[in-house]
Design a protein around this ligand. Structure first.
Ligand code: ADP
Ligand code: MG
Length: 264
């Protein structure tokens, strides 16, 4: 018992197993039902990095919100390590396209938010410093959000998620607003963090190349209501190279699935 407890606390947070079974969901829109997800089934292994691609408005963010427990699904089931997802939980943390930092709080205090909300800050202050170190922002702990670049603000948002030691990191186009050079650097950071922390990662991106560079598996959705159109396993070690012919070929295939085959 003692050994098991010690081993568990010494290990980095391990990834969550996620199972999505026959999940359907819709919204009411002016008296009509708008179907958004249709019988989506997906199994994600602990520690996998899965990227979701699909046309804008098909239901990707909706799926992430259901996984995060921010909304309840109309039908079907969602489980984390076999237990039904019935609400938000600090083991499943979401990062959005906008960093949404509180402008009046310093970087450190923004990252501390989750621990503060759980009443844990007094005993776990060191975790804030650790999370800032993980994203390379220790020096900016006392800065205000307005003093940061877009990439740095997004790294703060990542640190704010990591401070909870998530077992599932849910990323909704987290790099979507960054310039292309920052984006490339942060794609590498996402891979490094994931490899070091061992969590399961679920990423929505509109960038096919990004999905192929970071994920073990890519899921392609249809137009709304989103159904899984294809699943591709990306059998390449990291770091990957965007001009790798294997990835270039997969990119063409995926663009074809998204109806953009002729555009590139
Ligand atoms: N809270 C909501 N109420 C009504 N309709 C919504 C709501 N959230 C999303 N939708 C609709 O659901 C569809 C899918 O949205 P979303 O999941 O955000 O798409 P994606 O992330 O793939 O671009 C869209 O048509 C959107 O208008
Ligand atoms: Mg979205």
């Amino acid at each position: 018992m003692v050994n098991a407890a010690r081993a568990a606390s010494a290990e980095p947070s391990r990834g969550l197993a996620l199972r999505i079974d026959n999940l359907s969901h819709g919204f009411s829109l002016e008296g009509h039902k708008l179907p958004v997800l249709e019988r989506v089934s997906l199994e994600i292994e602990p520690g996998e990095f899965v990227a979701l691609l699909g046309p804008s408005g098909c239901g990707k963010s909706t799926l992430l919100r259901l996984v995060a427990g921010l909304e309840g699904a109309d039908s079907g089931s969602l489980t984390a390590d076999g237990a039904a997802i019935t609400g938000p939980d600090p083991t499943r943390v979401m990062v959005f396209q906008d960093p949404t930092l509180y402008p009046w709080r310093r970087v450190w205090d923004n990252v501390a938010l989750g621990l503060e909300a759980q009443g844990l800050l007094k005993t776990t202050k060191g975790k804030v410093d650790e999370a800032l170190a993980k994203v390379g922002l220790s020096q900016f702990a006392r800065a205000y959000p307005r003093q940061l670049s877009g990439g740095m603000a997004q790294r703060v948002a990542l640190a704010r998620a990591l401070v909870n030691e998530p077992r599932l990191l849910i990323l909704d186009e987290p790099l979507g607003k960054l310039d292309s050079l920052t984006r490339i650097a942060m794609q590498q950071e996402l891979i490094d963090l994931w490899q070091r922390q061992g969590y399961t990662a679920l990423l929505v991106t509109h960038d096919v190349e990004e999905a192929l560079l970071v994920a073990n598996r890519v899921i392609v959705f249809s137009d709304r209501p989103a159904q899984i159109k294809a699943e591709l396993t990306i059998d390449r070690a990291y770091p990957r190279h965007r001009d790798d012919p294997y990835l270039v070929d997969l990119r063409k295939q995926i663009l074809g699935l998204l109806g953009l085959g002729q555009s590139w």
